[in-house]
Design a protein around this ligand. Structure first.
Ligand SMILES: *Cc1c(COP(=O)(O)O)cnc(C)c1O
Length: 473
């Protein structure tokens, strides 16, 4: 068709006007970018911008093919490529140990400890008294023992690694016994049966989903049994007609039959949080007092420290774990050790921990205090946006998050925002896409902002400023 040929010729001649990469790079509009950005990233950005314009021309669209226009587009692309991928987010969800937002925020002392060892040489594996090689475990072991009553302790990369190490060291090639009610998935593909398989233990399931009795364990113990495992239901509860064997009963059975007992406690809680209105969660000291051979937990859940896995228990068992080849593969780096040591040191004083460890402070902040902060925040938003939105303070429920305290309904107060002119989904998207990103909840077509997880007055200011930008006023 003649007309088709004419169109194609038009496109082809347009494509020929596309500048060469070097011409775009020479545009004054890229000068600042080239000065501040690695050349490889600017090149990628230029090529991507030329490709995009070429694709638009081929699709029959109109596009500016000048070197300056392409340079401007490339400068935008290069700036985006220079943004850190891992960056700060303001958490307005009220979910405290928010796994996707990085779990625990560290105490100031822990942050300072990281900065110090990161910027200098350190005693990571050096004993200044003797001038000889020291142990990296030494920095946290005595503190962990002091806090929990354990004979010995070590810390690894995360609790998943702690569980794998303990199962591998204690029952590789042998049988590990676990209740069917505890074959849990913690999330992010941490499933007890898979961890058992990877650790080389043969899993022996006992009992049923809702009921497991001591006799069920007793019946399967034999010469092949290497371990009795109890997994804490940290992120769910089985309610109704249920029974599980207590840790103390399991320990008694293990001692009678000469089999070590391991507990995956999960949350790493050190203090009884019931006085602050939170539900009962067994503490690490209680597991040790019950006589467990080894108990494992996360460092960044209710302990409020860095990502880490804690292993606490009998001296002979911990010695075997430290000597296991897998221990080297899952060992902690100096920055995490510094943060963990600082967090544990604060935790020696419960009152200080509740003040200084952000996770504990946010968990135990009374609703009355949150309500005062919510009212102040709502007042500022109302003043700024005027009639653009309805702004109310309502009572709501905050969550511990991170698969901890699953049933805990933490009474909180939130600022609820809705607008006639801007859809709720648009408001949350715009909050999320700004810098820094603000993550909020949505409920019944309103945006909910919980001051409980806003870390400072500056974060509250940022929320107000962004809402004004989004809603006008
Ligand atoms: C959270 C949790 C894990 C996984 O711990 P990570 O520190 O995320 O690796 C394992 N077991 C239990 C019971 C948990 O609660």
């Amino acid at each position: 068709m003649p007309s088709g040929r004419i169109e194609r010729m038009d496109t082809n001649s347009l494509l020929r006007t596309l500048p060469k990469t070097d011409e775009v790079l020479a545009s004054p509009r890229l000068a600042d970018t080239l000065a501040a950005t690695p050349r490889v990233l600017v090149l990628d950005a230029v090529r991507a911008s030329v490709d995009e314009v070429r694709a638009r021309l081929l699709a029959g669209e109109v596009a500016d093919t000048s070197a300056d226009a392409l340079a401007l587009a490339a400068a935008g692309r290069a700036a985006l490529a220079m943004q850190p991928s891992l960056h700060r987010v303001i958490n307005a969800t009220g979910i405290i140990v928010h796994t996707n937002l990085g779990r625990s925020v560290l105490a100031d002392a822990a942050i300072a400890a990281i900065a110090e060892v990161a910027a200098s040489y350190s005693t990571l594996e050096y004993d200044v008294d003797s001038g000889e090689r020291g142990s990296r475990h030494a920095h946290v072991e005595a503190l962990l023992c002091r806090l929990t009553g354990a004979e010995a302790a070590m810390a690894v990369n995360n609790n998943a690694a702690a569980v794998m190490l303990a199962i591998a060291a204690l029952s590789r090639g042998r049988e590990a016994v676990v209740s069917r009610g505890q074959l849990v998935e913690i999330g992010g593909s941490f499933r007890i049966p898979d961890i058992m398989a990877e650790s080389g233990a043969r899993m022996v399931e006992v009992g049923t989903t809702n009921m497991t009795h001591l006799a069920d364990y007793e019946r399967v113990i034999g010469s092949e049994t290497g371990l009795l495992l109890k997994v804490h239901s940290s992120n769910y509860r089985v309610v109704g007609f249920t029974e599980e064997v207590s840790l103390a009963e399991l320990v008694e059975l293990g001692e009678r039959r000469g089999v070590p007992v391991m507990e995956d406690q999960g949350s790493g809680v050190l203090f009884d949080l019931r006085p602050y209105g939170l539900p009962f969660e067994p503490t690490l000291s209680e597991s040790i007092a019950a006589g467990v051979s080894v108990v494992t937990a996360s460092g960044d859940k209710l302990l409020g420290g860095p990502q880490a896995g804690l292993l606490l228990g009998r001296a002979d068992i911990i010695a075997r774990l430290k000597a296991h080849p897998m221990a080297r593969a899952v060992r902690l780096d100096k920055m995490t050790l510094a943060a963990l040591e600082a967090t544990l040191r604060i935790s020696l004083d419960e009152e200080r921990a509740l003040r200084e460890v952000p996770t504990l402070r946010m968990l135990t902040m009374p609703q009355s205090e949150i309500r005062v902060r919510a009212e102040a925040l709502a007042g500022r938003i109302r003043d700024a946006v005027g009639d653009e939105a309805s702004v109310d303070v309502i009572d709501e429920i905050a969550r511990a998050g991170g698969g901890s305290l699953p049933l805990a309904e933490i009474p909180t107060a939130v600022v609820a925002v809705a607008s006639q002119s801007t859809a709720t989904a648009t408001i949350v998207a715009l909050l999320r896409c700004g810098s820094p990103a603000i993550v909020a909840r949505v409920k019944e077509d309103r945006v909910l902002l919980d001051p409980r997880t806003l870390l400072s007055p500056a974060e509250e200011d940022a929320v107000v400023a962004r809402l004004v930008a989004v809603l006008g006023g």
